[in-house]
Write a new protein. Structure first.
Lengths: 145, 145
DNA sequence: CAGTAATAGTTGATTTTGTAACCAACAAGG
DNA sequence: CCTTGTTGGTTACAAAATCAACTATTACTG
């Protein structure tokens, strides 16, 4: 990425990833924070339930690669706000099944629409192939660990 | 990014950016954290000074898009560790010029080598064109705000 | 110049995250 | 069964990020 005696931060992929991610997140965050006072962790939990239906906290953690304490706190907040319901699993009484309440679904539907719009806005200016390639590269990068 | 009634988190660019950025950062962080007990903010300040030479805190903030409190605290830590020197600007006595001490440069050189290696490792598996395109797209995304 | 606004940087209070210890429920082996 | 180990999830405490208020200095305006 550099010649002998230079180092260009603007070419360093982890740095670029952070800059781009921060910019996009900060920007997008204003919507769910402003509208529903939600944090990013909460947004993520809400979306996982909106998309995949019922899940346990652990499953969400595995999928989203979030630490369980983050999820625990997000679940608490979302439950307080009546966005999600928790039901103990009778087969294994340690875990509970989480799902959206009707209220939660309304919020999810709203934020989902915004997310789609935002994604569209973010990727306009790039060709379809470029966006496709970007997505697959980001997925690949997210796997490495 | 989605059909009528589906939403795929795995295609949502802000989410992908975050996942990839978090993965890369967490991974890479272990080096400078483990070796020098440095935080990401400190790493960034160190690198800006290593690359661009003398700068003021505000300039770093503008370039790196970091809030000034983060920089202020990072500068304190780095100064305590004797990695950087601060000199008041005589023309404008509010600001100070920051630069690396010889010790700081040793650390920078070390971490810079690691960064280059890490970047290489991260991007192997992708074609050169793809990486180039990725970088330029990430730069573009980082600009939007 | 005096007075007000703007800028560089710091500090303190609040919020959020990360780390580790913890409790309750289950699993497996003797 | 009973001990030991594991897993799902919570809680307490420490580290860090965010936000607002503050000091010191410079810039602008009448």
């Amino acid at each position: 990425m550099t010649k002998k005696d230079e180092f260009d931060l603007q070419l360093f992929v982890p740095y670029l990833l952070n800059q781009a991610a921060e910019q996009a997140s900060l920007d997008f965050q204003q919507v769910y924070k402003g509208r529903y006072g939600m944090l990013r962790t909460e947004w993520r939990v809400l979306f996982h339930l909106g998309i995949y239906g019922e899940m346990t906290a652990t499953e969400i953690g595995d999928r989203a690669r979030m630490h369980k304490t983050k999820i625990s706190r997000a679940v608490q907040k979302l439950t307080e706000r009546r966005y999600l319901a928790r039901v103990r699993d009778d087969a294994d009484r340690r875990s509970e099944w989480l799902s959206l309440t009707p209220q939660g679904r309304v919020v999810y539907d709203d934020l989902r629409r915004v997310a789609e719009e935002y994604d569209t806005a973010l990727t306009t200016g790039f060709s379809v192939q470029d966006v496709t390639r970007l997505r697959s590269m980001l997925q690949a990068l997210a796997q490495r660990g």
